[in-house]
Design a protein around this ligand. Sequence first.
Ligand SMILES: [Zn+2]
Length: 288
Amino acid sequence: MKKYEIDWNTLIKAFSTDKQCFDYFQRLKWGNGFICSRCGCTEYWSISEIKFKCKNCGYQSTLTTGTMFQNSHLPLLQWFRAIWYIVSCRGAVDATEFQKAVNIGSNRTALNVLNKIRDVMGQIEREKFSGNVYVDYFSVFTRTKKESRDAYIAMTKEEDNSLRIKMQLKKAYNTADIGRFIENCISEESTVVSAKVNFYGYYGEFDKRLPHNYRYKVSDKIGADNKLLITNKIFTYLKDRQLINVHQGSCSLAHSERYLSECCYKFNRRKKKPDRMFNEILKFMIRN
Ligand SMILES: [Zn+2]
C-alpha cells in the first residue's frame, strides 16, 4: 500500500498550540464575538479560556457546547490533526496508520474519531443529485469472492462539467433495494439513466415497483455534451487512488458505508486542496 506524504508543516504553521485552535474555533463558531446559545446575548464573562458565562441569563457554556465536539475528551489540537490527516490522504485512510499519525492512545478512540469524520463527510454530501443521473453498480472489497459486495453508484455532471458521484452498498438483490438507493441519492422528477437494462428489471421491461416519481431511461449517454461515461473508468480511478479496495480487516456493513462516504467525498473534491476540505469539515462540525 502506498504511503501518502502528509504536509504537517502547513498545519503546524497555523495550529501548534491549544490557544491557536481555540481562537480559530471561536472565529468559526461566532464570527466576531460570543453569542449565548440560550438567550442570544453577546455579552459575557470569561471563566476560563474556553468557558464563558452569559451576562444576561448566567448560562455557562464552553467553546464546544452545541458542536459535534461537545462530549469529546480529545483535545482540539488532536482533532485538528485528525481532520488534517484524513483530508491530506489522497486515498482512503487506513485506521492503524491514522492512529499512529495522529497519536491517539486507544484504537477504539481512533476508530471513533475516524468514523465521526467519515460520517460528517457523508452528511456534507447528503444533497441529492438531480437532472440526468447515471446509475450503475460494481463490486467493491474484492480480496476474495466471499468478501466482495456490490455497490451502487450514481453519477452526475455539475454545471461546471465536473463529475460527482454517490455510492451505496447493495444490501439485497431486489427492486426495493434499488428503489431505496434511487430515493436516497436522487431527487424526485429526475431522469435516472442506466446503460444496464437489468438495472431496472429484467429483459428490458421496467419493473413497475421502482419509485414512481422518476423518469427511467436506458442509455449510455449523460449530460449536455452526451459524453460517454464509463463506470469502469471511475472505478479504475478510485482503485488507482486507493480510495477503494483498501482492506481494513473485516469491514462491518456500517463501516463500509462510512468508507464509501469518505471515498465519494474525496472523489468529489479531487481537485481541491486539503485546507479547503479541512475548513469545510471543521465548520460543519462546529455548526451542526
Ligand atoms: Zn444568555
